[in-house]
Design a protein around this ligand. Structure first.
Ligand SMILES: Nc1ncnc2c1ncn2[C@@H]1O[C@H](COP(=O)(O)OP(=O)(O)O)[C@@H](O)[C@H]1O
Ligand SMILES: [Mg+2]
Length: 225
C-alpha cells in the first residue's frame, strides 16, 4: 500500500531521512519509533505530501506522492486521516460539531452528517460527550475527538504522530488501544512515537529509525533503543 524507495530528505544541511526504503501493507499496524530528531515526523509529512523528498519515490497505492500535483493533494488527504500530539480542536464547537466540520468542508449534506457523526463518536467511545466543548473534556477525550475527526472520511490509512505526547500514561494507553481497535476494523495505522512502553505493549510490527535510517524492522517487535 505504501512504498518508500530509497528516499532521502534534507532540510538545508540537515539530513532527516537517508536512502530509506520501507514497505507497509494494507491492514498493518506499524509503529515507527526512534529518538527525537530521528526522522519520524518527516516520514509522516512525506506520506501526506506536506514535504517532498530530494530523491527516491513514495508510492501510495500507485500514486507517486513525490510527483503529485499540488492541486491533487486534497484528494490524497481525503484517503488519509492524521492526528498529532498538538490536538487543535475548534474551541467554540462541541465534539459533534468538530467532527461534523470535517464533513461540512468536503460538502457532505446535513443528513449524512447527522447520520455519520454519532457512529464515529461511538467508535471512539465518546457517544456521551457529543455535546461537550473541548474545554469540558480531558486531554484523552480531546485526542479521541481528534481521532474521530481524522476518521470522518473513512480513510484507508490513519497516521498518528506522537498522539500520546501530551497525555498521562493511562490516557496514552487508552489512545493506543483505540488505534488498535481502528486497525482491527480495517484501517491501516502508522504510529510514530518515542514512547517505549506503549510500543512494547502493542506487539505489532516495529520499525526503528535512527538518524534517518531504519536500524530495525521487526514483526511483533520491541523498541530496542
Ligand atoms: N522544517 C525543518 N527545518 C529544518 N530542519 C528540520 C525541519 N524539520 C525537521 N528537521 C530536522 O530533521 C531531523 C528529523 O526531524 P523529525 O522528522 O522531526 O524527527 P522526529 O519526528 O523523529 O523527532 C531533525 O534533525 C530535525 O531537526
Ligand atoms: Mg516528530
Amino acid at each position: 500500500m505504501i512504498k518508500f524507495d530509497n528516499v532521502t530528505k534534507t532540510y538545508n544541511k540537515v539530513t532527516a531521512l537517508k536512502d530509506l526504503s520501507l514497505q507497509i501493507h494494507k491492514g498493518e499496524f506499524i509503529s515507527i519509533v526512534g529518538q527525537s530528531g530521528a526522522g519520524k515526523s518527516t516520514l509522516i509529512r512525506l506520506i501526506i505530501g506536506e514535504e517532498r523528498p530530494d530523491s527516491g519515490r513514495i508510492l501510495i497505492d500507485d500514486i507517486d506522492v513525490a510527483k503529485i500535483r499540488r492541486a491533487d493533494i486534497p484528494y490524497l488527504r481525503r484517503k488519509i486521516g492524521v492526528v498529532f500530539q498538538d490536538i487543535k480542536l475548534l474551541p467554540n464547537r462541541t465534539a459533534f460539531e468538530n467532527v461534523a466540520y470535517a464533513l461540512e468542508v468536503s460538502g457532505d449534506t446535513a443528513d449524512t452528517i447527522k447520520k455519520e457523526v454519532p457512529k464515529i463518536l461511538e467508535m471512539v467511545g465518546l457517544a456521551d460527550k457529543a455535546n461537550s466543548f473541548p474545554s469540558e473534556m480531558s486531554g484523552g477525550e480531546r485526542q479521541r475527538v481528534a481521532i474521530a475527526r481524522a476518521l470522518a472520511h473513512n480513510p484507508v490509512l490513519l497516521l498518528a504522530d506522537e498522539p500520546t505526547g501530551n497525555l498521562d500514561s493511562i490516557n496514552a494507553w487508552d489512545i493506543i488501544q483505540l488505534l488498535m481497535k481502528i486497525n482491527k476494523a480495517g484501517t491501516t495505522v502508522i504510529l510514530a512515537t518515542h514512547a517505549k512502553d506503549l510500543v512494547n505493549s502493542v506487539k505489532k510490527r516495529v520499525v526503528t529509525v535512527e538518524k534517518g535510517q531504519i536500524v530495525y524492522d521487526q514483526e511483533k517487535g520491541k523498541y530496542v533503543l
